[in-house]
Design a protein around this ligand. Structure first.
Ligand SMILES: [Cu+2]
Length: 137
């Protein structure tokens, strides 16, 4: 009688153990699924504001004043219509090249200056290549 009870307890413990395993598997799967959903959501176009800057010698032909709402994810592209230009701003972590878009989240309000970071001509011409980027509340 005591032996049988022991077996029953053992069987019970095994069942609980297996059930727990099954449960955690399901949890892992549903966690994976929700991660995939979240990843897909962050890449939707509406979530990222995209700008394209076009540069010539020695000016920008696109908007030279950009205004972005705080919290926005931003993607900036650069097209060199003439010459070789790159754009940077250390505070925002922008290091933009013609074939490499730069992405950042606008999380600190303020006025930033994006400058041409390639010496693309005479100092006066090169230094005149500036874009103002405002991050507002
Ligand atoms: Cu330049």
């Amino acid at each position: 009688m005591i032996k049988k009870l022991g077996l029953l307890l053992l069987a019970g413990a095994l069942t609980v153990g297996l059930a727990a395993c099954g449960g955690s598997d399901d949890e892992a799967k549903s966690a994976e699924a929700s991660e995939e959903t979240t990843a897909a959501d962050t890449t939707t176009a509406s979530d990222v504001e995209e700008f394209t800057i076009t540069a010539t010698n020695w000016d920008f032909t696109s908007d030279k004043e950009l205004t972005i709402k705080k919290g926005t994810k931003v993607k900036i592209n650069l097209v060199n219509e003439e010459g070789m230009h790159t754009i940077s701003n250390e505070d925002l972590g922008i290091d933009l090249k013609a074939d490499t878009p730069s992405e950042f989240t606008a999380d600190t309000t303020g006025e930033y200056e994006l400058i041409c970071s390639t010496i693309c001509g005479a100092a006066d011409d090169h230094e005149a290549m500036k874009i103002s980027l405002k991050i507002i509340d």
